[in-house]
Design a protein around this ligand. Structure first.
Ligand SMILES: Cc1cc2nc3c(=O)[nH]c(=O)nc-3n(C[C@H](O)[C@H](O)[C@H](O)COP(=O)(O)OP(=O)(O)OC[C@H]3O[C@@H](n4cnc5c(N)ncnc54)[C@H](O)[C@@H]3O)c2cc1C
Length: 251
């Protein structure tokens, strides 16, 4: 199990809105920042929050003594996080989970929506990646500015065509693979996007990793709420993942 089990109270040093209902929260958490590797996630909740369980969020940045999370407000737990102010305390468990392949020479990141968050950490850490990003609309493409200092190329698709190619990002993946000699694909986003990315990678004979999001309880491998079936048996997303060989996963 890849859990560097640090339970800590972390002060919010920055909380800002990036788009409607999407926030970046930077936490002062030196031990976690030192231990963090791309692919890892944290279980977080507001210290005075009302949810029993922490919520899993991928690490988007780890710089110096701080880690950042980028999250969409969708339910009770994330609404409580979004309502917090700088100076308030978040209860954090982590780092949790395995990492992406950190040995690729020319990775292509394929991210949709909030799935771009853990890929951002990978892009900054590796500095050799290109990214194909997908969003519903250009208003959610603040990601371009976040990725641009760290990546070689950025390919953009929006579902409404308001920026870049019109349609789902994976529709453009075969063409991008033909043009560049990537040695691996790393995908994170909605399951249908990752399923398609795996099919395309298989056809192009390129290894592919996916980072899965499942409803999670304990984050420690005990409660089984995030269990999935894979080609090599039952796995827990929190304990065995969240990063899996794409060809192992049944979508
Ligand atoms: C390893 C991992 C990393 C994640 N990283 C990020 C991230 O970087 N940024 C981000 O915005 N979100 C991320 N998520 C999803 C995030 O955990 C959920 O959005 C969050 O737990 C919802 O909590 P809530 O209390 O606000 O919503 P709830 O009230 O619990 O649920 C609201 C809705 O969200 C759905 N939902 C709840 N939990 C999850 C979940 N774990 N995965 C998918 N859908 C869920 C529910 O089915 C429901 O429809 C990640 C999930 C996992 C497992």
């Amino acid at each position: 199990m890849v859990l560097r089990k640090i339970l800590t109270d972390a002060k919010i040093v920055e909380q800002k809105s990036l788009a409607k209902d999407i926030f970046l929260m930077r936490l002062h958490a030196p031990d976690i920042a030192k231990a963090a590797k791309p692919g890892n996630f944290l279980q977080v909740k507001a210290q005075r929050g009302t949810t029993l369980l922490r919520r899993p969020l991928g690490i988007a940045e780890a710089r110096g003594d701080d880690v950042s999370l980028i999250y969409r407000k969708i339910g009770k737990g994330t609404a409580e996080l979004a309502a917090m102010q700088e100076g308030e305390i978040v209860s954090v468990m982590g780092t949790i989970g395995n990492t992406f392949n950190l040995n690729l020479k020319k990775p292509l990141l394929v991210g949709g929506g909030m799935g771009l968050s853990p890929l951002l950490f990978y892009a900054e850490y590796m500095k050799n990646a290109s990214v194909l990003m997908g969003a519903r609309t250009s208003a959610e493409l603040f990601w371009e500015e976040l990725f641009s200092p760290f990546v070689k190329e950025i390919f953009v698709a929006t579902e409404d065509g308001s920026k870049g190619e019109k349609g789902f990002n994976v529709a453009f993946l075969p063409k991008i693979l033909q043009q560049g000699k990537y040695d691996g694909i790393i995908a994170c986003g909605p399951d249908p996007m990752m399923k398609k990315a795996v099919e395309i990678a298989k056809e192009a004979n390129i290894p592919v990793e996916v980072s899965l999001e499942r409803r999670m309880g304990c984050g420690l491998g005990a409660c089984l709420s995030c269990a999935i079936d894979t080609k090599s048996g039952r796995k827990k997303v929190c304990k065995d993942g969240p990063v899996f060989d794409g060809e192992e996963v049944f979508f």
